[in-house]
Design a protein around this ligand. Structure first.
Ligand SMILES: Cc1cc2nc3c(=O)[nH]c(=O)nc-3n(C[C@H](O)[C@H](O)[C@H](O)COP(=O)(O)O)c2cc1C
Length: 168
């Protein structure tokens, strides 16, 4: 992303000039510390979006088992999967995902018909149901999406305890 931000900032200049608008560039993905925020803002980002860092906090309203999956995640557990609807996403590998990878299907009846790119008769599982199960803490019947810094999360803290300057 160190390379991408300056490229995007540069690329939008003609559009900003043509339309006389200021388009803010928001850096996102893998931002974890105050030093990261500073770095990307120095590179021209107007701000950052952070997700993963906030999951294992008291303030996050995710269920405890979901937060716990972040705490337990090791670096090698963070994998990019291709969801049944055809989109990639980074997830914490668990038994559910290993089963799917090894060809074991998770039978379901499609309740939502949510996206045309999903062929629900051939899909090994339903991504919507898997994510809803994870949200409910039923991680045997689903999995958690997470950013590539999730392995750095080692306990649940309060947002105000963030030492955003260091890695902790
Ligand atoms: C719990 C969780 C759920 C997410 N759900 C989505 C999603 O539905 N669609 C999407 O495009 N990105 C999703 N993301 C990815 C965020 O866009 C991504 O986390 C964000 O860019 C910040 O990156 P970071 O998590 O490394 O800080 C999710 C991230 C988390 C942590």
């Amino acid at each position: 992303m160190e390379k991408l931000i300056p490229e995007v900032v540069e690329a939008i200049i003609p559009f900003c000039e043509e339309h006389k608008v200021d388009i803010p560039v928001i850096a996102a993905g893998g931002i974890y510390t105050g030093a990261d925020i500073h770095n990307f803002m120095q590179l021209g980002a107007a701000g950052v979006q952070m997700g993963t860092r906030f999951v294992a906090t008291h303030e996050c309203d995710a269920i405890s088992a979901f937060k716990q999956s972040y705490i337990e995640a090791r670096k090698e557990d963070l994998v990019i999967i291709k969801s049944p609807v055809g989109l990639p996403g980074r997830a914490i590998r668990n038994q559910f995902l290993s089963d799917v990878e090894e060809g074991r299907k998770k039978p379901f009846k499609c309740p939502y018909h949510c996206i045309i790119s999903c062929n629900c008769t051939d899909s090994p599982y339903c991504i919507a149901l898997a994510l809803i199960n994870a949200k409910k803490g039923k991680l045997k019947k689903g999995f958690a999406f997470a950013g590539d810094n999730a392995y750095r999360v080692d306990r649940i803290i309060s947002v105000k305890e963030f030492d955003l300057v260091s890695a902790g």
